[in-house]
Each structure stands twice: as C-alpha cells, then as structure tokens.
Design a protein around this ligand. Structure first.
Ligand SMILES: [Ca+2]
Ligand SMILES: [Ca+2]
Length: 353
C-alpha cells in the first residue's frame, strides 16, 4: 500500500524526447543518449513533487567525514582557449561556433567518481539517489540478464536499446540481481545531476562548468578532436573506452571493455586527466542551450535557466556511426533527474590563491 501511495505521488512516466539527430556518418540514427527524460510529478501539476526539494547538500554536509577518499585534483592554470568547433560532428548539438573563452584557474578531479568513492559517501551520509527514490533507471538492454529482460514492459521508442529498469540504481547497475562488488574502481552510474551536485558539495567541491570541462578535456591542445590529438588511435592503440563493432548489436570490445572500465585504464591527457572522453558521460553544471555566439566569454556558466543539463565526453557506448560524441567539443543533455547506465561525473573546485 505504501509503495502504491508513493508511486501515485510520484507518478513516474518515462518518455522519449528524441529528435531526429544525424550523426556524422550514415546511418543517421542516434545513440539515444539524450532521449532519457523523466517527467516529474510537478510537471504534471503536483507542485511539491512529493519530496523534500530543499538544498540536500546542506542536509548531508554536516556529517561529512573528512577522511573519506576523494579523488586527487589537478590544478589547471586556466586562460584563453578555443571552445567548440567550426567543424561540428553533430551541428544540431550546438558544438559551434568556435569561440575564445577565458577560464580562471581551477581544480578538477583526475578521474570520474568511482563506485568505491560514492559508496563511502552514502555510507557516511545515508544519501539516497534519485534512481533509488524513483525506483528505476535507464539501462542499456545489451547489459541486461534474460530474467530482467523478460520483466521489461517498455523501451524508449526512439532508442529501443534503452529500457527503464525497475530496481536499477548505482548499486544494481543492471537491475535486480546485478552488483558492483567487482567494479568498485569503475565510475559510479545511475547518478542524476542532482545526485552529482550533492556529492560534490558534500566533498567541498562542485561540478565543473561546461567551459572548464572542455578546457580540461583539451589538455592544452588547440582545435583538436580528442584529448590527445586528432587521430583516434595513435600507433594503433586505444586511448579511450568506446564501442567497437556494430552498435547496438555487437560490441567487439577491442579496447578491452564492453562495459565501463576501471578509471585510469587508458592514457591520461597532457593535464594528467583520465577518461575525459569515453567510459562514462560526465555531468557539468551548465543548463543546456544550442545557441552560442563568437563573442569572447569570461568564465561562462551557461544559460541562467533551462530544462536540461549539459553532459560531456561520451561513453563506452559511443560509436562513430551512432554517437560521435567522444570529442572535446561534443555535448549532449539530459534532464537533471535522469540517470542511466552510462552517465557519471567528476567534481571541480575553485582555486583560491
Ligand atoms: Ca569499450
Ligand atoms: Ca568520461
């Protein structure tokens, strides 16, 4: 009964808002990475949304344990850099135009937040993620067990390889019966933007802006596709955890991983940052917009409001034919309460001289 009440209050509806995006190459299908949209109760007339919407960071930071293992951060000196591209792989994502952007010096974590780190955080704070509260999260169907598959009731229309799976959350990344115990050094999954925000604030950090994230991704190189240059596989080696093979049917995992990989498995960029592209998508603090100008910008923080937040870097599910978004200029979006099996984050922090 309780569960029914909670469910009626929340009235979760998963919908697809996929637009017909074209990737660089045919087929002009999309990975569906930005189609995962949770319609919240308040959008349906319930103003309270049935839960405490006060700043959760205040609630949890009091109990912060400073001995928790947080990621090492790298201090980046900032300065002017060229953000975006005039040769967009996916123009409708707002990758261009290329513009001069200034960022102040800032710190950024050297790798994505891991399951172990997130576990420490929840052990100390007892924080409950949005996926746990909502009761489900999006999982790539290719990762599901036959049992879980047989329980599915629907998929995302425009991207049928995505399914909302009941019981999927950061501890049960492929739904009931799955576990992360053998993946504690992999990036945490199924964290919403709001969850990521709470973790970073609790850690005394914050999410990076999109500009900071892209500055970090580029590793000091100018106008290059990837954190290491323009060639996807220098000397025939894999530099990121991506998808090889025929998406979404067969992942040959030539890079060694058909799912997430432990952080720091692939070479760092020149700033010493790992997995900036690939492995998991990473939330940034900016609201999403596809409209940019060539005007110089100082520490841009994105639009003042919006409905989606920007995520960067692509994931282990990205393949050039469907989701050519494992480039520093590439970008995508999700609603802040969405979560999925290929989406994580890393934190940043201000530098105070
Ligand atoms: Ca891979
Ligand atoms: Ca990443």
């Amino acid at each position: 009964m309780m569960a029914l009440c909670v469910y009626s209050v929340w009235l979760l509806v998963w919908v697809s808002v996929c637009v017909s995006e074209k990737c660089e190459d045919e087929p002009a299908q999309d990975c569906g990475c930005n189609t995962l949209h949770r319609v919240r109760a308040e959008e349906q007339g319930d103003e309270e949304g049935g839960r405490d919407v006060k700043n959760p960071a205040e609630k949890y930071s009091e109990r912060a344990n400073k001995e928790v293992i947080l990621s090492q951060m790298v201090l980046l000196q900032g300065g002017w850099f060229l953000m975006g591209t005039d040769d967009p792989g996916i123009p409708q994502d707002g990758e261009g135009p290329q513009r001069s952007v200034w960022v102040d010096p800032f710190y950024i974590e050297e790798h994505e937040v891991t399951n172990l780190q997130f576990q420490r955080f929840t052990n100390i704070t007892h924080y409950v993620t949005e996926a746990e509260r909502f009761g489900d999260s999006f999982v790539f169907e290719g990762l599901l067990s036959e049992d879980v598959k047989s329980s599915l009731t629907h998929a995302v229309a425009a991207a049928p390889w995505w399914s909302p799976v009941k019981g999927a959350d950061w501890r049960h990344t492929e739904g009931p019966g799955s576990s992360i115990t053998h993946r504690m050094d992999h990036p945490v999954l199924h964290v919403s933007w709001a969850d990521a925000q709470v973790y970073c604030e609790w850690a005394g950090r914050r999410l990076p802006t999109e500009a900071e994230w892209e500055f970090a991704c580029r590793g000091g190189l100018q106008d290059r596709l990837y954190p290491w240059g323009n060639k996807l596989m220098p000397r025939g080696e894999h530099y990121a955890n991506l998808w090889q093979g025929d998406f979404p049917n067969h992942n040959t995992a030539e890079d060694g991983f058909s799912h997430t990989s432990p952080v720091k498995k692939f070479p760092a960029n020149a700033f010493g940052l790992y997995d900036m592209v690939g492995n998991v998508w990473e939330w940034t603090s900016d609201w999403w917009s596809v409209h940019h100008t060539r005007e110089h910008a100082y520490n841009p923080k994105g639009p003042e409001k919006g409905s989606d937040r920007v995520k960067k870097g692509g994931s282990y599910m990205c393949h050039k034919s469907y989701c050519y978004r494992y480039r520093c200029a590439a970008r995508s979006q999700n609603t802040p309460d969405s979560s999925a099996s290929n989406l994580g984050f890393r934190c940043a922090a201000d530098f105070t001289p």
